[in-house]
Design a protein around this ligand. Structure first.
Ligand SMILES: C[S@@+](CC[C@H](N)C(=O)[O-])C[C@H]1O[C@@H](n2cnc3c(N)ncnc32)[C@H](O)[C@@H]1O
Length: 230
């Protein structure tokens, strides 16, 4: 089913190896989830649509064949970066994840899929403050409010790089409250890609921003970000 969705929606035909990697991903996710809470989505159909397809939809926004480096903040069980890496194995993925049990799952996943990616056990805002202007793309799904994740992630982007925020039905409200952050961090909203997932599985708004200029002084320490969001 995943294969059909990806072909019909994105025009990409998965190879046998890629289909096998998605099967192995699903099997490990469900097996690991029995003892360690990773996801509430456990049926194969739901995982195909709400985890795998949803993650790969990001590739509609940028040409991932040309992208070299991508940082996924708070990837949890690997979303959205690992499905993207399966489909675009040329990407150099760095995951920054704060919870050790999820880091351990990601280490096992790396072995199971035979893919290379960096796993950093840290908070995204700490990692970001040590890695200015390193990445072509920064993304984060379900990590937090848009204005917070922009402050975490934009400092890590190269000038001209893209921040991609997968958001839900309240994306317009988030954009409104992020207006100041967008201005201060010097990013421009380029595209809002709105999509209804198959089988009434939910709405996705993928927001694409481009970094216009590097601004020093961000991210601030988390207690300050939380107390005084941009
Ligand atoms: C709701 S989960 C979303 C996981 C995944 N992105 C997804 O969409 O399925 C949020 C994840 O972010 C991690 N997290 C929370 N705060 C973080 C931070 N400041 N830096 C890095 N990871 C963080 C959590 O441990 C958790 O794995």
């Amino acid at each position: 089913m995943l294969n059909t969705y990806i072909t019909n929606i994105l025009g990409i035909k998965l190879t046998e190896q890629q289909n096998g990697q998605f099967d192995a991903y699903y099997n490990l996710l469900v097996a690991y989830n029995k003892h360690t809470n990773l996801t509430r989505i456990t049926s194969r159909d739901d995982a195909d649509i709400k985890h795998f397809l949803d993650s790969v939809l990001i590739s509609k926004l940028v040409d991932l064949n040309k992208v070299v480096t991508l940082c996924d903040m708070g990837a949890g069980a690997g979303f959205p970066s690992i499905p993207l890496l399966i489909v675009f194995p040329n990407i150099q993925v760095t995951i920054v994840e704060s919870q050790i049990k999820r880091v351990q799952f990601l280490q096992e996943l790396k072995q199971a899929l035979g893919l290379e990616f960096n796993i950093v056990h840290d908070r995204a805002e700490n990692f970001s403050s040590k890695n200015y202007q390193q990445f072509d793309i920064v993304t984060a799904r379900a990590l937090g409010e848009l204005r917070l994740i922009l402050e975490f992630g934009v400092p890590m982007l190269k000038v001209g790089g893209h921040f991609i925020a997968p958001k839900g039905s309240k994306f317009e409200e988030e954009l409104t409250s992020a207006a100041h952050a967008i201005k201060v961090l010097n990013v421009e909203l380029i595209t809002q890609d709105l999509f209804e997932l198959p089988l009434e599985s939910g709405f996705r708004a993928n927001l694409l921003f481009r970094k216009e200029k590097h601004v020093s002084g961000y991210p601030r320490p988390f207690p300050i970000i939380k107390k005084k969001p941009l």
